[in-house]
Design a protein around this ligand. Structure first.
Ligand code: ZN
Length: 242
């Protein structure tokens, strides 16, 4: 089974379309989304509709839950809270229904998936060795998928030692007999210094993970963020991917 794994789309339609064009060339068996379809960006309705149509599985992220009103907006940074409020105001009934049915963790085809982490599927960022180790210790599946940090990651434990880390463009990982924690990175707001949209091609039969990046029209998303009246910084940061 070959799966295209996407995460943290954040209402960035141009990034999502560019990723799906690249995904289409690979003809995977399924698309899985690790959550945060909305928040920050200008096209929540469009992104939700595409994900609903095309993904076999979609988790809820903290921003999705914030827009739903299921987590307090006080827990967000001010720009994120402002975007969540704006998103609430523009979503139609169908998009709200789809968003309302999402949950932050799942297990499918022997893979465990969490928006953020096994310890806290909604909020914990896995950005340290300790957090990665804890995530592997708290799970049992050969492959564990997380999103949320917007940083692509491939981490394993080999003979008791943590191995791997940041997985930049063109990282290829042979999963072998080891257990792996994988983060595809973010489609719509990358934060690892590479502004290109990120996704992961996971081949469960071949035991292989391939980290992909794709260019998209950052300037157009930035223009749409300004036109929507969202905080300008949410567009500006997309140019650096930081
Ligand atoms: Zn996110």
């Amino acid at each position: 089974m070959r799966i295209a794994v996407v995460s943290d789309i954040h209402s960035n339609l141009h990034a999502l379309e560019a990723v799906l064009e690249a995904v289409d060339l690979e003809q995977p068996d399924a698309i899985w989304c690790l959550g945060d379809v909305v928040g920050y960006g200008p096209k929540p309705e469009e992104c939700l509709r595409i994900v609903e149509e095309q993904s076999a599985l979609c988790l809820a992220g903290n921003h999705d839950l914030g827009v739903r009103g299921d987590v307090e907006l006080d827990d967000f940074a001010p720009d994120a809270a402002a975007a969540a409020l704006w998103t609430r105001g523009v979503l139609g009934a169908e998009a709200r229904t789809f968003l309302g049915g999402l949950v932050p963790q799942a297990e499918v085809d022997g893979v465990q998936l969490f928006h953020a982490s096994p310890r806290d599927p909604v909020w914990e960022y896995i950005l340290t060795d300790q957090a990665a180790l804890a995530a592997l210790e708290m799970t049992s599946a050969p492959v564990v998928l997380v999103g949320h940090s917007h940083v692509p990651l491939a981490v394993t434990v080999d003979n008791g030692l943590l191995d791997g880390g940041h997985a930049p463009a063109e990282t290829e990982v042979d999963l072998g007999e080891l257990r792996w924690l994988l983060n595809p990175g973010s489609v719509g707001q990358p934060r690892d210094g590479d502004p290109r949209a990120a996704w992961l091609l996971l081949d469960l039969d071949a035991g292989h993970a391939s980290y992909r990046r794709v260019d998209y029209a950052v300037g157009e998303t930035n223009d749409e963020i300004r036109e929507a009246g969202l905080p300008a910084i949410l567009g500006e940061r997309l140019f650096s991917g930081a």
